[in-house]
Design a protein around this ligand. Structure first.
Ligand code: SR1
Ligand code: MG
Length: 406
């Protein structure tokens, strides 16, 4: 039996031995079973259960390549980032992330709370389920984790130490490539386009010089604007939900970047769900909840951001009259741009979303993809025009009307 003193990728049996060796979480006579349950693009996720007591936990381990493809060689350091960021987020946004029990820098794994009584938000949305607290919880999470890690609030040397701690070159490179370059150029030849939309994308995305110019500017903002400790991958696969609870997971892409990167990711992924619901004629109550969730995510973010600013600002020049609103406006403009970038990259890039790929009818999928792509162009090219939740929703709906094939 190994003592886990040197790194290797564990299988389910080894994870059971690992938990017995490293944790006091289960009793001596526990009857432990383990299964690999991960379906993400990067890591291996094991659920360990004591069949006697029902107690359980999660072990997440990083390999040195991405699960989705060996092309991505990645440092296992991402598990350190994930564990430490989860702990910090847990302090800043209490109850909105899972508890971390252990981080192991030899085995490159972390052990955390099992959230199996929750469902991944994307899965739940594709099933048409409603979560009344979603916008409220996600906006609290974003305002707290973003504003409170920024120069507005933190002592500047302490903030710079965090910037250093969370330098995340390899995972940032993935986003630089997959979000900010490949969907406009296909220069790595790995974009995966839905055949019925291929020509449309070549003409309207690859072929739009103005759009590509804006994307270039946004890429440099992503790489250089060390504004706050962003989650870095806040799509609906990174959120667990149940009726009365929201938990944000998977902050392995975290780094100091633009606040709008997180907010835009949330909005875009709600828009994928809306586009799917729209073209498949989903239940009206569900569609209307999705619409109010998009609107509230923007509007509650604004209200909470300004309230938190008032309460927590320490930077002397940030207290100048009007600076709070000016700063928030710039975050909203970034939010609009990133909403557009995320909408485009999940359709014209490598990493897809099930909201769209599982639409069985070809015409409906064509319509949903074009709705998202045209709205995305509007969000990117006219980013300064989106300041309210209603404007964001209207941007999407206008695009849906212009692609209505019913
Ligand atoms: C190679 S990883 C592909 C995508 O999965 C992650 O969740 C990120 O969104 C990344 O872009
Ligand atoms: Mg992830």
């Amino acid at each position: 039996m190994t003592d886990f003193n040197s790194y290797f990728l564990m299988n389910a049996d080894e994870v059971v031995q690992y938990v017995k060796a490293k944790m006091n979480y289960f009793t001596e006579n526990a009857d432990l079973t383990c299964a690999e349950i991960g379906d993400g693009n990067l890591n291996y996720v094991f659920r360990v259960v004591d069949e006697k007591s029902g107690k359980s936990l999660i072990v997440k381990q990083a390999g040195d390549t991405a699960r989705i493809s060996d092309e991505f060689k990645l440092s296992t350091n991402r598990i350190r980032i994930e564990s430490n960021v989860l702990k910090l987020e847990g302090e800043l946004a209490q109850g909105l992330v899972p508890d971390v029990y252990l981080y192991d820098d030899v085995m490159n794994c972390c052990v955390m709370e099992d959230l199996s009584d929750h469902t991944i938000l994307r899965t739940a949305l594709n099933e048409g389920r409603i979560f009344p607290k979603l916008a409220d919880d996600l906006t609290t999470f974003m305002v707290n984790t973003l504003l409170l890690t920024s120069d507005v609030v933190m002592e500047h040397k302490a903030k710079k130490a965090l910037v250093q701690d969370y330098i995340n070159p390899e995972l940032c490179e993935i986003s630089e490539d997959l979000v900010y370059s490949e969907p406009f150029t296909d220069h790595n030849n790995r974009n995966d386009l839905f055949p019925a939309n291929k020509e449309w994308i070549e003409e309207n995305i690859y072929g739009d010089a103005r759009l590509r110019f804006e994307a270039a500017k946004l890429k440099f903002a992503f790489m250089t604007n060390a504004q706050a400790l962003v989650h870095g991958d806040l799509h609906s696969g990174s959120v667990f939900v149940k009726e009365d609870s929201t938990k944000v997971i998977d902050p392995e892409f975290a780094f100091y970047g633009p606040m709008g990167y997180d907010v835009g990711n949330v909005i875009a992924n709600l828009m994928f769900a809306w586009s799917r619901a729209y073209v498949t004629d989903a239940d009206e109550k569900y569609v209307s909840w999705l619409e109010s969730t998009i609107v509230e995510t923007v509007d509650l973010f604004k209200v909470k951001f300004l309230a938190s600013w008032k309460e927590n600002v320490t930077e002397i020049m940030a207290k100048e009259q009007g600076f709070d609103q000016w700063y928030l406006d710039s975050v909203l403009q970034d939010t609009a741009s990133v909403t557009g970038m995320e909408l485009i990259r999940r359709i014209a890039g490598l990493a897809k979303v099930k909201d769209l790929t599982t639409i069985a009818d070809e015409q409906q999928r064509v319509q949903a993809e074009r709705t998202c792509l045209s709205a995305a162009k509007e969000f990117i090219l006219n980013a300064q025009g989106f300041r309210t939740g209603e404007q964001f929703l209207q941007g999407l709906k206008n695009s849906a009307s212009s692609h209505n094939m019913r």
